[in-house]
Design a protein around this ligand. Structure first.
Ligand SMILES: C[S@@+](CC[C@H](N)C(=O)[O-])C[C@H]1O[C@@H](n2cnc3c(N)ncnc32)[C@H](O)[C@@H]1O
Length: 240
């Protein structure tokens, strides 16, 4: 089964709106006035259409390439305790769990918002883990990443992919990252992949929490959610 069928489409309304907007602009600019098309509107239709295609490319293919690049950098050990915040249907969680043996555990925490990922539900993620043969290593927790239901220093590796920007309040994002640092073991690492315009903010919060920043960089075309103005980035740090 292809990745997008298993793990869904991110923010599914967005590509639909892009394609609809492109069709409307094209109809208005060309079909309604074939003898004197409104050139600017036809060009705009083309640009909006390309934006929609780029978004779809990132959600069905590009982000998996980003995960493939991330996993070796994390150096997950077979016995590690791993936490993926906002795991959704398990695209990154399953790759993390694949690094573990039965003595390790990957915990996926989410509120399962279907506006953020199509058909998002704990049951769907659980079914994916069953199909992938990972149930012995994966535990799903329904919870808000702003207030984590875990004791201090429980996890060796914590990840979050394309989830943090869904928290719109800056103070809540700060609290989320402080919570992640709290439940991270000394020497453990936290890796954030996200989109939007918060890279500097995340880096600053992790630095203020005394993490040693190992990487903070843009992730290129595979992370373009419609274009270079909505790129993806990685911020990765280690707790002293
Ligand atoms: C775009 S999806 C990404 C899912 C997954 N990490 C991936 O890369 O495929 C964002 C996820 O964040 C979750 N989410 C949003 N706000 C959350 C919160 N405050 N606590 C936990 N999960 C949250 C949504 O339910 C959704 O599953």
């Amino acid at each position: 089964m292809s990745n997008w069928k298993k793990f869904g489409i991110d923010a599914p309304l967005v590509p639909v709106l892009y394609i609809l907007a492109a069709i409307l602009l094209f109809v208005q600019g060309y079909v309604l006035r074939p003898s004197a098309p409104i050139v600017l509107e036809v060009i705009a239709a083309g640009i909006v259409f390309i934006e929609g295609v780029l978004f779809l490319h990132t959600t069905v293919r590009g982000k998996y390439r980003l995960f493939d690049q991330l996993i070796p950098r994390l150096g997950v050990k077979a016995t590690d305790q791993v936490l993926d915040l906002g795991c959704g249907r398990g695209a990154l969680l399953s790759q993390l769990a694949g690094q573990l043996e039965q003595s390790g555990q990957a915990v996926g925490l989410d509120l399962w918002h279907s506006r953020d990922q199509s058909h998002n539900a704990a049951t769907v993620t659980q079914r994916n883990m069953t199909v992938l043969g990972l149930t012995d290593r994966v535990k799903l927790v329904t919870g808000d990443m702003v207030a984590l239901p875990f004791p201090d220093a429980q996890f060796d590796v914590i990840t979050t992919s394309f989830a943090l920007h869904n928290i719109h309040d800056a103070q809540q994002r700060q609290r989320t990252l402080q919570e992640a640092v709290r439940v991270l073991k000394p020497g453990g690492q936290l890796a954030i992949i996200d989109t939007g315009h918060h890279a500097a903010e995340y880096r600053q919060i992790l630095s203020a929490a005394h993490l040693d920043i190992r990487e903070a960089r843009s992730l290129g075309m595979n992370g373009w959610w419609s274009g270079p103005w909505m790129t993806s980035y990685l911020v990765r740090g280690v707790k002293p």
